[in-house]
Design a protein. Structure first.
Length: 277
């Protein structure tokens, strides 16, 4: 049985086709500054930092156009993972939302403990000491909470799923090669979600979800040292297949990639024409 039914497949295709059209439209507004001579190019004025005299001098304008398109495309492609995941999850789970905000009460002690846990974790990572598990960090934050001086607080996740059995999943869907600050920030947000829900795992499960693995098919192939160092990696991350399996089942990842490939084939001529190729 397919993880993505025909109706959802068409919805995802339509969404991706519209996404590509928007990127093309935005890209066509960006005029590549052609290089005719050093004097004429150096006399150009731009309202945004688009002038690249050495690039323009040595790289053919067609290649520059492709590079600008790919850069624009890659910057926004991540949003399509969120919407595709939402559409697929709707067929498999009780409740699904993008940009989901939760509210709860928290006191200053617990909020400070989140900062404290993140700081301790960072120090341990820098000094090559043993780092706390995510379960230990969550327990410390929940234990620090007191029923006084509570204030309404919120937390937001890129994707929320409530299963038919009542499990709550909160996903931060970010680049699979995050920097140090992103890792520490994600860890803090995961702890904040558990605090506001007043629950540890497994009833509430918050994750940093990578839509794909840039190193290979399995978690064991993943090599980005920053994420493995500055995240409680084994408990806090889902890599590629692991994420999509929660969303829709074991075949979801490959089925979705097939849809992306189909849309790519259908739209390739339009993309090339938009770039003047």
């Amino acid at each position: 049985m397919s993880a993505i039914n025909d109706v959802t497949r068409e919805r995802i295709k339509g969404y991706l086709e519209s996404f590509i059209d928007r990127v093309i439209e935005n890209n066509q507004r960006r005029k590549i500054q052609s290089f005719e001579s050093s004097a004429s190019y150096l006399a150009k004025v731009a309202s945004k930092p688009k002038l690249k005299p050495f690039h323009a001098a040595i790289i053919p304008p067609q290649i520059m156009a492709i590079n600008e398109f790919e850069r624009s495309f890659s910057t926004t492609l991540g949003t399509t993972f969120e919407e595709a995941a939402r559409l697929i999850a709707l067929d498999h789970h009780a409740e699904v939302h993008r940009s989901h905000e939760i509210w709860g009460e928290a006191d200053q002690n617990a909020l400070k403990e989140i900062e404290n846990q993140a700081a301790i974790f960072e120090h341990a990572a820098r000094t090559d000491e043993e780092r706390a598990s995510l379960d230990t960090m969550i327990a410390a934050v929940l234990s620090a909470h007191e029923d006084n001086d509570n204030t309404a607080r919120s937390a937001r996740s890129d994707l929320f799923i409530r299963t038919h059995t009542g499990l709550e999943y909160y996903f931060e869907i970010k680049s699979p090669v995050p920097n140090k600050d992103q890792c520490l920030s994600i860890t803090s947000r995961i702890l904040r979600i558990h605090l506001l829900r007043r629950q540890s795992r497994p009833n509430v499960q918050a994750y940093f979800a990578m839509a794909y693995n840039p190193y290979g098919p399995t978690r064991a192939d993943y090599r980005w040292s920053v994420a493995k160092l500055y995240l409680p990696f084994e408990q806090a991350t889902l890599v590629g297949q692991e994420f999509w399996e929660i969303v829709g089942g074991p075949t979801t990842y490959q089925e979705l990639l097939d849809i992306y490939a189909e849309v790519g084939r259908d739209k390739s001529k339009h993309i090339f024409e938009s770039l003047g190729l």
